[in-house]
Design a protein around this ligand. Structure first.
Ligand code: PMV
Length: 357
């Protein structure tokens, strides 16, 4: 048991509202995963989770994570349950490190009880860490009495998992890598956050072929590190990704789904090429992933606007017009009868549950 005592002073804009501590003991937030159409791959600063490249994603309307954070005065450590089961080891250590950031900003030291429910298979390249840390950022900031706007929530979520910075926002979001030569940690941190990108007139779906829902063999953190350190293809991809982003933004502005899909697919294949050229190689794609890619090619030959993207796992997500989603899903089910196929649409940003502040 230990009493709460003030932690080191917080940054000026994050001063705690002391009189409101007592009634801000808990909060519950919901966040959805996002899938990048321009990928984040590679960190320039691992501690601050600063990426090498800008990225752009679509937040989904399926697979929400719901996370409740309750302050536990007197407890001498944080506790975490995932889907009702106590979590320990690296998972708990990551959550505690994240809560330490929140506590530093709030100028508080009280420990917390975190209870999180994922509906997405954890660790299968389906962005469970994005929804997980976005929900945790919103719930923990609120429980600890921090008043953060969406940009500050995005920066905070980034520290848990880079892609989580984008799940703060609904629909399409752009995560700025930030200035590569910031003078201080604080300046570097301020410059790297996501913001919403308007995409009026687009009516897309993302058809997700889950070919393997098991955890991945190599974590995205380790795979990024290895790619950056050893892949001769990394720098060329990072440069071309900047061009992809400019073209993607223009395609979104003119609501050109064909161009959005084409750019997304080449960006993702390029990212996987960087990993295949790493030493030793990182290969997330499985034979079933390639079967799905063949089906996507065939769909295009048959006149359907369908383009694929893949993350740090074997599952394939296919972007298409909402009106073609059922047809695409039928074709993918035929291609991978042992997998499962789901249809997602643009979804909401991270939010507190009603009744919570
Ligand atoms: O889950 P993270 O934040 O460690 O990174 C995952 C990166 C990719 O999913 C492969 C690409 C992306 O931009 O989400």
């Amino acid at each position: 048991m230990r009493a709460e005592h003030p932690a080191p002073p917080a940054a000026p804009q994050q001063q705690p509202q002391q009189q409101q501590w007592e009634d801000r003991q808990h909060a519950t937030a919901v966040a959805h995963p996002n899938i990048a159409l321009i990928k984040y791959w590679g960190k320039r600063d691992e501690r601050l989770v600063l990426p090498r490249v800008d990225s752009l994603s679509m937040t989904l309307d399926i697979f929400p994570t719901t996370t409740r954070v309750r302050l536990a005065p007197g407890a001498d450590h944080d506790t975490l349950t995932l889907g009702g089961r106590p979590a320990e080891g690296e998972t708990l250590r990551r959550v505690t490190a994240f809560l330490d950031l929140v506590r530093a900003q709030a100028g508080r030291s009280v420990r917390a009880v975190v209870d999180s429910h994922n509906t997405v298979p954890t660790g299968a390249g389906l962005a469970s860490s994005a929804s997980g840390f976005a929900a945790l950022a919103v719930a923990a900031a609120t429980a600890y009495g921090l008043r953060l706007d969406a940009t500050a929530r995005s920066r905070l979520a980034r520290r848990g998992s880079g892609s989580a910075s984008r799940s703060i926002f609904a629909g399409f979001a752009l995560w700025h890598a930030g200035p590569p030569t910031a003078a201080t940690d604080a300046e570097a941190d301020l410059g790297s956050y996501a913001e919403p990108v308007p995409a009026a007139g687009l009516d897309p779906a993302l058809v997700i072929a889950v070919v393997n829902a098991g955890p991945k063999a190599v974590s995205s953190r380790e795979a990024m590190r290895r790619t950056l350190d050893t892949s001769p293809l990394y720098e060329p991809w990072a440069r071309s990704s900047g061009d992809d982003l400019s073209e993607m933004r223009a395609a979104l502005r003119r609501a050109d789904l064909e161009a959005v899909g084409e750019i997304a697919e080449r960006n993702a294949l390029g990212m996987h090429a960087t990993m295949l050229a790493a030493r030793p190689a990182v290969r997330y794609l499985a034979p079933a992933s390639l079967t799905v890619l063949d089906s996507v090619l065939q769909l295009r030959k048959d006149g359907v606007c369908a383009y694929a993207t893949m993350d740090a796992g074997p599952n394939v997500k296919v972007l298409c017009p909402r009106t073609d989603a059922e047809r695409v899903a039928r074709v993918l089910r035929g291609a991978v009868p042992d997998g499962s196929v789901l249809i997602a649409r643009p979804g909401p940003g991270a939010r507190l549950l009603p009744g919570e502040r």
